[in-house]
Structure formats: C-alpha cells, structure tokens
Design a protein around this ligand. Structure first.
Ligand SMILES: Cc1cc2nc3c(=O)[nH]c(=O)nc-3n(C[C@H](O)[C@H](O)[C@H](O)COP(=O)(O)OP(=O)(O)OC[C@H]3O[C@@H](n4cnc5c(N)ncnc54)[C@H](O)[C@@H]3O)c2cc1C
Length: 425
C-alpha cells in the first residue's frame, strides 16, 4: 500500500522509523516495517552516499550472491565465525528459502550454482537494487541520499525519543531508530554508536587473501586445485576447499575461510605467519607411491603429474621446490627424495606477510555485541526503540552469500518488530 509521505513525514522531519544506512539490511528492514505498519506512519532511510545499495551493486563481482542453498538453520549458522550460535534462532524465522521466496514474490528469479551460491538469474546485481528500490517506493518509504548522520541523541520521555543530526545542520526526529550502517571500519561509524552505550567489538577485516612476497609459485598464478587443505599451526586454524595461486600469494575458498575464522588471531600477528598446504588431502601417498614405483617404474618424475587433481605445472614446480631431480625415475627414487616429495605435496610451507582484500566479497569482523541485543526483535536491550541490523552487528559470515543472508534475516526481524509497534504510540 502506498503511504502518504506528506502527512507528517518529510515536511516536519518527524518519523515513525528512521533507518540509518541505505544498504541491504536497512532496505529490507524499512520495507518490512512499512509493509506491516500503519501507512500513515512515515519511514525514512538516510544514506550518506550519493546512491543507495552501493555494496549490493558491487557484490559478487557485480552479480550479487544473495544467499546460499542451505536450508537447515543450524548448518547455515556454522558459516558464521562470529554470530554462529546467535543466528540459529533468527534463521529459524527468516532463512535462505524465505529470502529466495521473497525475491521471487517481488519479481526476481534466482538460480543456484554448483557450489550452493544463489544469484539472480539475470546475473546482475542491478536486478536486486531495482527490486528493493521499487518495493520501497511503492510502500512510500522516503530515501534521502548524500545525508550523513553525524550525531544521535536520545530522550526516552520525548514524544520522538531519537534526535538525528545530519551534516549540513538538519535534525530529524523519530520514534524508532534502526542502525544499519554496515561494518564499523571507520572511526565515524564507531563514534556514531557511542550514544547507545553498547559494547562495540573493534573492527578488523575478514575474508582476505594471503600475500606471500617470496612465493616460488607466483608464476603459476591462475592455477587452482579443487580440494586442498591449509593449516596455520600457530593460530590453530585449518580449512579445506578450492585453492587458487595468485600473483601475490594464495586465494580461493580455502584461504577465505581461514581468513574469516582467524580474522582476530591473524590481525594480532599482523598477518605474518606460516601456512602449510596439503595439495592432496584425499590421497594416501604411501599407497600411491608404492604403486607408482611398480607400475610407472621407468617413467621420470617430471614426465607427468601422477595425480589427476594436481596440474602438471604445479607438479613440476613442487618437484623443483623440493630440489628433487625431475629426471629421476619412479623406480630410482630414494627414501630421502620421497620424504621431500611427500613434504612438498602435503606440508608445503608458505611464509605469509600481509593480506589483500578479496575482490569478490569482503566484510568486517566486529561490531555491536550480540548479548546486548534481543535476537528475536534486534532491539537494543539498553534503549527501547533502538534496533540494529546487518554488518553493524558482531556477525560476519564466510564467502558464499552468508553476509547478505545476515542482512536479510536481521533486517526482517527488526522491520517486523518495528512494524508491529506502529499505531501504538
Ligand atoms: C566488494 C564486496 C562484495 C561483496 N559481495 C557479497 C556477496 O556477493 N554476497 C554476500 O553475501 N556478501 C557480499 N559482501 C558483503 C555484503 O556486501 C555486506 O555484508 C552487506 O552489504 C552488509 O549489509 P549492510 O546493510 O549491513 O551494510 P552496507 O551494505 O555496508 O550498508 C550500510 C550503508 O550505511 C551507510 N552509512 C554508513 N554510515 C552512515 C551514516 N553515518 N549516515 C548515513 N549513512 C551511513 C553506508 O554508506 C552504506 O550504504 C560483499 C562486500 C563487498 C565489499
């Protein structure tokens, strides 16, 4: 239903709900609140950038990986290094299936890729932006871009308890306030939250790739292995999955998972540590080696990769790195050479020094402490009428659509709770 913004809305700057942050979480919450709320009670989204939904636009390489095909809330929640337990309840109320259905109901068809990532069938993030913007417009939600909120004050006894100061001097008042400002990576985002009195976990990056300055494999940039495992013993971290060699070091899902799980630990060692790669975690090398010695005895090691999962150029490079003479035949190979080969294949060391942000998706670990927020409504336990949604919370997921699902889930819960208060003031 279209709501009339002119009735008590933008004219006098008093609102039922003000959402700070025109991102995925802010839009989803505003839409839900407006959908179920009283149409005479205006909803406003404030966005400091010239355009709303900027991250949706660039997400998933411009395709927007909206969610992930995993429909058990407990299993889904395991993809969040921060927020795993807390999200189980919210995901029972709004899960990936509900997200897919919602977008379908609003005209966006989605498709699931082999690895479980879900995208709009258009392969274009603009489809998601158009859907959210059109729906918001139909519901009469007002959006003000280029509007940076610089300060917020709260007076519980006032008819409009939240007073929102925007750079440029305007003041907006609201009965409810949703903070959906995304990751707290800049000082301004953190200081905006100070009035809440909430504990804020300091922001550190998550989802990054590893820089390896003296990487002997860098000339193999672009080569990937489908099933590798990576360990960082000093941080007690390990993960497995596809691994990609890049010009700068190592990337791919196995690395991104590690970076997310170890976001704080790796930050504390200033991204300087040793990572060990097992290129063949599913292979029993003792059996493979003994078979090769008999069945391929006359063949030189270098002639071809004996493991289908290991590209030839990588195999050659590992032999070279292990200082093993590639002309040696499998029947001639010595015990010492086999030990070196085994080490290169299963415990290949890389000295990591620094990180690069993942181009496809990156998020911040940190944000508003979850114990101080109701996970049924996303309302602050300190200030009634104050809500949080999305990445501003201390929740972050691994790559694959999990971060947007957090935005949809927490946005939906906040919007539902706010919409239900409509007409009660
Ligand atoms: C390059 C990239 C690609 C990504 N791809 C994916 C993907 O494919 N799938 C996935 O699940 N996740 C992806 N992510 C992560 C995902 O984009 C975020 O987790 C998600 O956007 C968080 O939504 P949000 O609404 O909480 O915050 P945001 O999308 O960050 O929105 C917050 C908004 O608040 C505004 N704002 C902040 N402070 C103020 C202020 N003081 N006043 C007014 N406005 C303010 C910001 O300008 C911003 O527009 C990607 C991230 C990046 C950086």
């Amino acid at each position: 239903m279209k709501r009339s913004i002119s009735l008590g809305g933008s004219e006098n700057n008093d609102f039922h709900l003000v959402v700070i942050g025109g991102g995925a979480a802010g839009y989803f919450a505003a839409i839900r609140a407006a959908e179920i709320g009283d149409p005479s009670e205006p909803v406003l989204i404030l966005e400091k950038a010239p355009q709303v939904l900027g991250k949706v636009r660039i997400s998933g390489g411009g395709r927007c990986n909206v969610t992930h095909a995993c429909f058990d809330p407990r299993t889904f929640a395991t993809h969040y290094p921060r927020g795993e337990k807390a999200l189980i309840g919210p995901l029972h109320r709004w899960d990936a299936q509900k997200t897919i259905d919602w977008f379908e109901d609003h005209g966006v068809q989605t498709k699931t890729e082999k690895d479980g990532r879900i995208f709009p069938t258009s392969d274009n993030s603009q489809t998601i932006i158009d859907c959210l913007c059109d729906t918001a417009e139909q519901l009469g939600i007002e959006t003000r871009t280029r509007t940076n909120v610089s300060e917020i004050s709260h007076d519980a006894d006032a008819p409009y308890p939240f007073s929102i100061q925007c750079t440029g001097g305007s003041t907006i008042r609201s009965k409810n306030l949703l903070i959906a400002t995304g990751g707290t990576r800049c000082v301004a985002s953190e200081s905006l939250l100070q009035f809440t009195g909430h504990k804020i976990h300091p922001a550190v990056p998550s989802l990054f790739t590893f820089n390896i300055p003296k990487n002997s494999l860098s000339e193999l940039a672009g080569i990937s292995v489908k099933h590798a495992s990576v360990t960082i013993p000093e941080a007690k971290l390990n993960s497995h999955g596809p691994l990609l060699i890049t010009h700068w070091g190592l990337s791919g899902p196995a690395i991104l998972k590690l970076s997310a799980r170890g976001a704080r630990k790796l930050h504390s060692v200033e991204y300087t540590f040793t990572a060990f790669v097992n290129w063949l975690p599913n292979e029993d090398l003792e059996i493979s080696f003994s078979q090769l010695r008999t069945s391929a005895g006359k063949r030189s090691l270098i002639s071809r990769s004996p493991f289908p999962e290991l590209p030839k150029r990588l195999w050659e490079k590992l032999i070279e790195r292990g200082e093993i003479d590639g002309a040696t035949t499998w029947s001639q190979i010595s015990k010492k050479q086999l030990t070196r080969l085994r080490e290169m294949l299963t415990h290949c060391a890389f000295d990591v020094s620094g990180k690069s942000m993942n181009k496809e998706e990156f998020v911040t670990c940190g944000g508003v402490e979850l114990n101080e927020v109701s996970l049924k409504t996303m309302e602050s336990r300190r200030i009634p009428g104050l809500y949080f949604a999305g990445e501003v919370l201390n929740i972050d997921g691994i790559t694959g659509g999990f971060n947007f699902q957090n935005a949809w889930t927490t946005g939906y819960l906040a919007g539902s709770a706010i919409g239900e208060t409509s007409g009660q003031f």
